[in-house]
Every structure is written in C-alpha cells, then in structure tokens.
Design a protein around this ligand. Structure first.
Ligand SMILES: Nc1ncnc2c1ncn2[C@@H]1O[C@H](COP(=O)(O)OP(=O)(O)OP(=O)(O)O)[C@@H](O)[C@H]1O
Ligand SMILES: [Mg+2]
Ligand SMILES: [Zn+2]
Length: 408
C-alpha cells in the first residue's frame, strides 16, 4: 500500500503547515528569482523532499516556470514518479564520499537534457565527508548555469557554515498533532480504514511526534496489524502505549500501600514486552493527566482516582518519575532502581503507611478492628477492608501468629 508515498502532495497547496516556506518558494517561481542553492532544514517526515520535488516541477513544468505546476505534462509526471533525468535525488548518507560528489560535479557541467533546470536534491546532506563538502562548496562558489541544489537535512548544525552561507535557508517545522490528526483522518476515510473510535487518531497523532510521515505510516501499520477495524487495544500495543487502566491500577496500589502488587504489575508489563521507557513515558503522561484533572483543566478518565491524591503528591510522583529517568540513563540495571523508586513512591503515597504506624510503637490488635489503637484520625475512619489488610500486614511484618480469637 505504502500510504506515505501514495499521499505525497503533488502541489504546493497540499503541503500542510509549512506556509512560510511554501509562500516564499512560490514567490521565487512567480518572480523568477531563483537561487543556486537552498537548504531545507527540519525534522524527519515534515515535507522537505516533497517540497523539493514540487519546486523542481515549478521550475521545469512544460507550461513555463510556475508557482502552480500543472502536474500533467510529461516533465511534471516524470518528476512525480522520480524518473526525471534532470531531477536527481541523492541520498547523502550512502553517497557521502568525495568520488560521488566529483561525479556530481561532472554531471552538473552539462546542461539539462529535457528540462529547464537541473535540480539536485541531496538528502541528509549533513552526512557528507569533509572532502565531499569541500568539493560541493567549490560547485556552490562557481555555480553552473541552470542548476539548482536543494540540500535537505535533519541536522543543520552539522552542515559547515561555509556551505550554509552559500544557500538560502528554509526551516521546516514539526507538524502539530492536530494537523497530523486531520490528515490521517482524511486518509483513513479515503482508504476506507475503519477505526473503533476517534481516540485512534489522537493516539496516532501523538505517537507521530511531529512527523506526518510517521503518522501516516503508523496508520497503515495499525491497519495491517488489526486486520479489519483498528482498535485502541491493538494500536496501543503497537506503539508500546500502556493503557490507562494499568496506571489506574498502579495509583490504586500506591494508595493501598501494596508494594508487592506494584512490583508485580511492573513485572507483568515487562513480560508482556513493554520496555521501562514505555512504562515511564506512560506513567509521566498519566501523572500529567491526573494533575490536569486536579487543576480542573480537563476531564480525561482519571477523575475516579484524582480525589485521593493531592496536587503536592502528584508533584512528588513526578519528581520520582524524573528519578526513574535518571536511572534509565545512568544505571546498568535500571530495573532494580525502578523497583526501588516505585517502592519509595508507594511508601510516600500510601494511605496506610505501615512504617509510620509501627514507629509509633503502641499498637495492639484484637479481632475487632475498632480496637486498633492508632493516634491518627486518618486510619480511624477507614473501612473494614482496609483495616483487615492493615492488620494482616502488621502481623506479617512483626512475624506474629494470629490465634483463633483474633488476639496476637
Ligand atoms: N508538510 C506535509 N504536508 C503533507 N504531507 C506531508 C508533509 N510532510 C510529510 N508529509 C507526508 O510524509 C511523506 C514524507 O514526507 P517527506 O519525504 O517530504 O519528508 P522529509 O521531510 O523529506 O523527511 P526526511 O527528513 O525523513 O527525508 C510524504 O510523502 C507525505 O505523505
Ligand atoms: Mg526527505
Ligand atoms: Zn507540468
């Protein structure tokens, strides 16, 4: 299917979200003020190569230099199909050496075969070797007539200043998740791709992280993976997203102080093939959602648990999430530290902080839960279930045996 290619824009109007670039290039064509070299900088999958091709059509369309290439003439079609002898696309990553650039310099000495301009698009130009850059620089310093270079890169910082200064630079922007959502929704409709709910588009747009190509590719992948209808569960699995229900469970266990359940739940996720990064990404996101509910900014499904956490506690959890991030970066065995951080967090969040209770030292337990003697209102009003579980824990912790009448 290859949807990203199928839905590659064929004219300037179809390019999403790069208005500043598009208008300037269209004006250049309209007033025939063509530079010898352009630098298209920007993150992956935001339209650099696409724009370069459309610009090449604008320069070469049989109807004349135009900001609205016809898309129908022989030359426009050749460029669209990538088989024009005058529009060359070179991958800088695999042609990074001096020899390839020398060859290119030879090539550009000849006038275009059929078209008005030779257009040389070098993708990932930052990958060229120093010698190759020097050779390229020579060409840019004495530009052959009727040749336009378009240097595309995701890492403009790695392009030597000498080269940059010979080019007209355009910065492509990452696309907003809203723009990505709009486009993939449109494509899904055209392709008759059925989705379980609107949320599918939100998840894809979020996961695409600014790259429309990644978004479209993910839509296609999810479609193939799901078979018929794309479901939220399938999609989340595909992008390594852990579901909200899992984090709701974590929050519940934190409050219960159930350290064993917390560690086991993380075990389970790892066994299902999720990475610690996946967990942490989702956890941070869940905390952000929780915070937003607390602050009354949005409703997002975390309402059920939000009442049990204070804003301060959520901030504390975010701080611990940050510690987990550090462990990921700096520890040889981050899993151990994830357990540690989660346990620490559980202690801090727990409504029944056992250690605190034990530290008071004046506990006696009989079968009637009401007889538990804690100096804390917090515990006094808790329900039977919680008291029972607390009792069990204290018994465990102290290594005591419960005798039949419930006293210790
Ligand atoms: N701004 C955009 N408007 C419309 N479609 C886009 C845009 N950006 C990307 N796409 C879609 O993504 C595909 C890939 O885009 P393109 O090859 O132009 O990205 P790129 O910026 O050159 O990425 P890379 O840096 O990875 O080479 C296109 O075929 C198109 O389907
Ligand atoms: Mg590209
Ligand atoms: Zn044309």
């Amino acid at each position: 299917m290859n949807l990203p290619v199928k839905y590659r824009p064929k004219n300037f109007e179809e390019i999403t979200n790069q208005r500043h670039v598009v208008i300037t290039l269209q004006n250049a064509l309209k007033y025939q003020k063509i530079s010898n070299a352009y630098l298209f900088a920007g993150p992956r999958g935001v339209g650099k190569t696409t724009t370069a091709r459309i610009f090449a059509k604008g320069l070469n369309c049989e109807k004349g230099i135009t900001s609205h290439p016809c898309g129908e003439c022989g030359i426009c079609r050749e460029i669209d199909d990538g088989r024009s002898v005058d529009v060359l696309e070179i991958d800088g990553a695999s042609n990074r050496g001096i020899d390839q650039i020398r060859e290119l310099r030879e090539n550009v000495r000849f006038t275009p075969v059929r078209a008005r301009y030779k257009v040389i698009i070098i993708d990932e130009v930052h990958m060229l070797t120093t010698e190759a850059f020097n050779a390229l620089l020579k060409t840019l310093e004495e530009p052959p007539p009727r040749v336009v270079f378009i240097l595309a890169t995701t890492e403009p910082r790695k392009v030597p200043d000498t080269v940059k200064s010979r080019t007209q630079r355009f910065d492509f922007r990452p696309l907003s998740s809203l723009d990505i959502k709009k486009r993939i929704k449109e494509i899904a409709e055209k392709e008759d791709i059925r989705v379980e709910s609107e949320e599918i588009f939100d998840i894809i747009a979020e996961a695409a992280d600014g790259s429309l190509r990644d978004g479209i590719a993910l839509l296609e992948q999810a479609y193939i993976f799901s078979g018929d209808v794309i479901t939220v569960t399938h999609l989340k699995e595909l992008v390594g997203l852990i579901g909200k229900e899992v984090y709701l469970k974590f929050f519940e266990y934190f409050k219960k102080g159930d350290k064993k359940a917390v560690v086991e739940l993380l075990d389970e996720l790892v066994m299902q093939g999720y990475s610690l990064e996946d967990f942490l990404r989702g956890f941070t996101e869940a905390l952000d959602r929780l915070l937003r509910v607390k602050l009354g900014i949005e409703e997002n499904g975390y309402e059920s648990i939000a009442g049990r956490f204070t804003v301060y506690e959520i901030m504390l959890m975010l701080k611990i999430a940050k510690d987990m991030e550090e462990s990921l970066k700096y520890s040889k065995n981050p899993r151990v530290f994830f357990d540690f951080h989660l346990l620490r967090l559980t202690s801090l969040m727990s409504e029944i902080d056992l250690n605190q209770v034990l530290a008071r030292g004046n506990i006696y337990i009989t079968s009637g839960a009401n007889n538990m003697n804690f100096n804390n209102n917090h515990y006094r009003n808790n329900n039977q279930e919680m008291e029972d579980s607390l009792k069990k824990k204290i018994i465990e912790k102290l290594g005591l045996k419960e005798v039949n009448n419930g006293s210790l």
